[in-house]
Design a binder for this molecule. Structure first.
Ligand SMILES: Cc1cc2nc3c(=O)[nH]c(=O)nc-3n(C[C@H](O)[C@H](O)[C@H](O)COP(=O)(O)O)c2cc1C
Length: 329
């Protein structure tokens, strides 16, 4: 039988399928289910700086009558912040105790200064690696794109300089020069880049005339295309690992992303629908490897990366050259 093991962020994974940060990884019962389903690693649900700060603000407002002095407000804020962070550290400790697969902690932050001090606490709690989810919505029209990019790179450098464990960074694909961002993150020393995050999508309820979340927060199986393109374009150019994410719903897409050069694949929506998908992905991968005579993932990983093939320009094509009828455009 084929050997499905891979290295990701320097960690030994029994196979390349990772359960991505989601409700599936937010409590110990679900985490145990993920491991039983056969995944190679898990990324814990992110701890969200923004959410914590909002909750603290609400608590401070509710306790206003007891917090007469600004010193007491600050002390209250610090205690509340520690409470939420300790809950997360507790989940991390439990996960490390109950699971034998690697556990990656995930941090979603908007203000680096308040978070970088917690890196050591995550490490003490036993995380095998740290995944950073940093994606500011640049909705302030006076902010230059280059400033947004520079903050991301400086953020990656700072965390990398403080962390002992491997660090990956999960990004979206809406940058004017994604290749430049990926290369700069690689040069900043990150161990891995997750391509791509799929963000909350606001929508409008036209009857209530109100803003709401998209009716379906889960991805569909055809959404892996951008991850596939950018993994193929960048995997052979960077020294760090590329982890593919978004729209990976079956074993066939896992195989495609490995052929494009991904070191691993994160799965979230498909596993939320049915955690059994992990087992069927591994079966598909294993039987495909047997059929093609590949004894290990290293035997074929990256074969179709842009730099390895003569028709690599196809990965850069954005315009359809022919209509569906076959007629020239
Ligand atoms: C309900 C839900 C919650 C999520 N929470 C997080 C999170 O806390 N942190 C994070 O980095 N990504 C989060 N994600 C994004 C997923 O990890 C993943 O990047 C995205 O769903 C794309 O992968 P998929 O197509 O396999 O679902 C969440 C996704 C969903 C659907």
């Amino acid at each position: 039988m084929a050997d499905l093991s891979v290295k990701y962020l320097g960690l030994d994974l029994a196979n390349p399928v990772i359960i991505g940060s989601s409700p599936l990884t937010s409590n110990i019962d679900n985490l145990v289910k993920c491991q039983k389903a056969g995944c190679g690693a898990v990324v814990l649900k992110s701890i969200f700086e923004e959410q914590i700060e909002e909750r603290i603000e609400g608590e401070v407002a509710a306790n206003e009558q007891y917090l007469a002095h600004s010193d007491s407000v600050e002390a209250y804020e610090a205690i509340s912040r520690n409470y939420y962070i300790n809950n997360y550290l507790e989940l991390l400790r439990k996960a490390k105790k109950e699971l034998s697969i690697p556990v990656i902690a995930s941090v979603n932050c908007i203000d680096l200064a308040s978070w970088v001090d917690y890196v050591a606490a995550f490490e003490d709690a036993g995380c095998d690696a740290l995944e950073l989810n940093y994606y500011p919505i640049a909705s302030d029209s006076s902010t230059e794109g280059s400033d947004v990019d520079a903050r991301l790179i400086s953020f990656a450098k700072t965390v990398k300089s403080r962390a002992e464990v491997p660090v990956s960074i999960k990004i979206g694909y809406k940058y004017s020069s994604l290749a430049n961002i990926i290369s700069r993150l690689d040069r900043a020393g990150v161990d891995g880049i997750v391509l791509f995050n799929r963000f909350f999508r606001p929508d409008i309820d036209i009857e209530a005339i109100a803003i709401q979340g998209a009716a379906n927060p889960l991805s569909s199986p055809d959404e892996y295309a951008e991850s596939l393109r950018w993994t193929a374009l960048m995997s052979a150019e960077v020294g760090c690992d590329i982890c593919a994410s978004t729209g990976i719903h079956d074993g066939e897409s896992v195989i495609k992303l490995l052929l494009a050069g991904a070191a691993s694949c994160q799965v979230c929506s498909a596993a939320i629908k049915d955690i059994g998908v992990v087992g069927s992905m591994l079966e598909t991968l294993s039987s495909w490897m047997d059929r093609h005579g590949f004894a290990s993932v290293a035997d074929f990983r990256g074969r179709l990366a842009q730099e390895k093939v003569t028709d690599g320009g196809l990965w850069e094509r954005t315009q359809y050259m022919k209509r569906l009828t076959g007629e020239e455009m």
